[in-house]
Ligand binder design. Structure first.
Ligand code: ZN
Length: 312
């Protein structure tokens, strides 16, 4: 089997995960979660979303989260931004990297940000020039890359067209999002092979939701096709409380445990990550989907005191 020696994980739980929680999460809990995640050796953490508090109240205190966390050397803290205002706020809050999102399907983009795909790509040009001025790299996420809740199948040619546009606008990396967890391993394999053929020098990240339990299988298919960067959400945080069956990103600890068992390095300490997963459960007040943590009894000592420093 083809496999890299090392996989780079971007932790998206504090953003993609928490933003879907219906009850308000206090600022200090968000900060504690980000700090628990950086303490276990994760080097890329999407910490906040600089959206309008009117649009997503849960993400209202992005700047306070960034100001309150313990910035660990070597960790890249990513902020998601929807527009120029968000980008300015994110840069002011000293994020290390920016993430922008556009959907591969018109209906999803419309539902998500009330814009056409073309309008979103235009807005991204504005964000890109702010990033360039501030010397901050950005990643272009393409949502619904593998299927759309409104339109069903998504034309993969459209995905690559958007990816090429994002590359030409200055994206440092492209992330293909399986927003509704509908991708299958064959589709992922073929898409990743084609991606590297069409955009050979562009770093690729994969963002798999686990709605149908296929996320880890999709990770393996992507690895077989040459991918080595994945998003994960601690505990499997995410999903929508109003949409039955909606599920978060693949649980980071499940991803890490699988990769380590396969002899692939991640730089993450699994026990510290499990502590973070339990903390995430505590924060949202319900059991999360992650599987590996069920195999380990929670130690009495893991009450989320500050972790020992970890240098990866
Ligand atoms: Zn997502």
């Amino acid at each position: 089997m083809r496999s890299p020696n090392r996989v780079v994980i971007t932790e998206v739980g504090p953003r993609d995960g928490l933003q879907n929680e219906s009850r308000a999460i206090p600022l200090d809990r968000k900060i504690a979660l980000v700090d628990a995640l950086s303490a276990c050796g994760l080097t890329r953490i999407e910490a906040a979303s600089f959206v309008s508090p009117k649009a997503i109240p849960q993400m209202a205190n992005a700047a306070e989260v960034m100001a309150g966390i313990r910035r660990r050397p070597g960790v890249t803290y990513v902020g998601l931004v929807p527009n120029d205002v968000g980008a300015r706020n994110a840069i002011e809050a000293r994020v290390d990297e920016i993430a922008v999102v556009v959907s591969a399907s018109e209906s999803h983009n419309r539902a998500n940000v009330n814009r056409t795909v073309a309008e979103s790509l235009e807005a991204i040009r504005g964000i890109a020039s702010l990033c360039r001025e501030a010397s901050i790299p950005w990643t272009g996420y393409i949502s619904t890359s593998f299927g759309c809740p409104y339109e069903g199948a998504v034309d993969v040619a459209r995905v690559f067209e958007i990816a090429e546009r994002l590359r030409d606008t200055g994206a440092e990396a492209i992330a293909l999002g399986d927003t509704i967890g509908i991708a299958n391993p064959r589709q992922v394999f073929e898409t990743v092979i084609e991606f590297f053929h069409k955009l050979p020098d562009m770093p690729l990240r994969l963002h798999f939701h686990d709605t149908r339990g296929m996320a880890l299988a999709n990770v393996i298919a992507a690895i077989e096709a040459g991918a080595s960067q994945f998003d994960g959400s601690v505990g499997g945080l995410g999903g929508c409380p109003y949409a039955p069956g909606a599920s978060g990103n693949v649980a980071t600890e499940d991803l890490v445990a699988m990769l380590h068992a396969m002899g692939i390095e991640t730089g993450v300490q699994l026990d510290g990550l499990l502590d973070a997963a339990w903390l995430a459960e505590e924060i949202v007040g319900r059991p999360l989907d992650g599987r590996v943590k069920r195999a380990f009894p929670r130690p009495a000592s893991s009450q989320h005191a500050a972790q020992a420093d970890y240098v990866s």
